[in-house]
Design a protein. Structure first.
Length: 335
């Protein structure tokens, strides 16, 4: 029998918690029978919800606490409040190895700080990076850093390349990782000194885990020619928010156009299948789940505003990361 994967779940973080969290677990449990959910939060609220669900009760344990990190808490306030909160206790469970991975839809700043306070960095890595999945014409890409580090040196960016490629291979083991540095141009002379130095050093690294493809501009990220995109946290976060805003703008304007006239309504009916595929391609729930890389235990951040489908997809990311030994991959590559 396969070893059960144990996921520590902060049930009290994010919009509409804990109902959304439990609904996400129920959906995930229907297709993943080899996962055990350690649920941290208020048992008096969580238990009655679970009783009404079809979740396998043998795969669930509730660890009671009435304290939680609030969405409006600063990272410092959350750390001070921390030790008996659902988020802190969930992270502690991966620290003491009673869980394989931790996930929270709660306060992002608090999660980063509490994780860094409790968990050690992987040896030879100086800074953690927040990574996420982006859709492309050819599948999925890993993009990092998405905001954990505003400033980075060349070693940090090289570490991000190695960690990002390890993550990509954990999620998509049949594919080769192709790494590029996000820059203002594709020519070698473009960019600041840090990124040009990183380019030179990555060109000299012989690493069987990934292929270095040079620079990539923001307009080409979605082409799918590379699948690991590396940037400092400032650049990566701006790119992320721009992409999210553009996707929301396109979908909202398309809805308005399709409803604004009789021809628009008829056109939407005729092309219903194509529109459905288009909507699915841009559905952020399918790419939910940012991963904090660089710590010696995996930490997943689900978007606070996602619904239970998005949270279920984040649980699937957790499962694949553990099954394919992400942390060991990073340790082997970084050394």
């Amino acid at each position: 029998m396969k070893k059960m994967i144990s996921i520590a779940v902060d049930a009290m973080g994010g919009d509409n918690a804990p109902l959304k969290i439990i609904d996400g677990i129920e959906l995930h449990n229907k297709k993943s029978k080899n996962v055990f959910y350690k649920i941290f939060g208020n048992k008096n609220i969580i238990e009655p919800i679970i009783e009404k669900k079809t979740i396998d009760k043998n795969n669930v344990e509730i660890i009671h606490t009435e304290k939680k990190i609030k969405g409006e808490d600063s990272a410092f306030a959350a750390a001070k409040r921390g030790k008996d909160t659902s988020m802190w206790l969930a992270i502690e469970s991966v620290k003491d190895k009673s869980s394989d991975i931790v996930i929270s839809a709660g306060n992002t700043g608090a999660l980063l700080v509490i994780a860094k306070l409790n968990l050690k960095m992987i040896e030879n890595i100086d800074k953690p990076a927040l990574s996420g999945l982006w859709p492309s014409k050819k599948g999925m890409s890993v993009v990092l850093d998405l905001g954990a580090n505003i400033e980075c040196n060349d070693k940090n960016l090289i570490d991000f390349a190695i960690m990002g490629s390890s993550l990509f291979q954990s999620l998509f083991p049949e594919e080769k990782a192709k790494v590029a540095l996000l820059n203002i141009g594709s020519e070698e002379i473009k960019g600041n000194e840090v990124i040009k130095e990183t380019y030179q050093k990555l060109n000299q690294i012989s690493n069987e885990d990934f292929e270095f493809k040079g620079f990539i501009e923001g307009s080409n990220i979605m082409n799918g020619d590379v699948n690991v995109v590396v940037a400092d946290g400032f650049t990566g976060n701006v790119a992320l928010k721009t992409a999210e805003g553009t996707a929301n703008f396109i979908t909202s304007e398309l809805k308005i156009a399709m409803k604004s006239s009789l021809f628009g309504i008829l056109g939407s009916l005729i092309s219903a299948n194509s529109l459905k595929k288009f909507k699915k391609k841009l559905d952020p729930r399918l790419y939910n789940g940012a991963i904090l890389l660089g710590l010696d235990s995996p930490v997943i951040k689900s978007h606070g505003g996602t619904d239970y489908i998005g949270f279920s997809n984040s649980l699937s990311v957790c499962e694949r990361i553990v099954k394919n030994n992400l942390i060991d991959k990073i340790k082997n590559s970084i050394n």
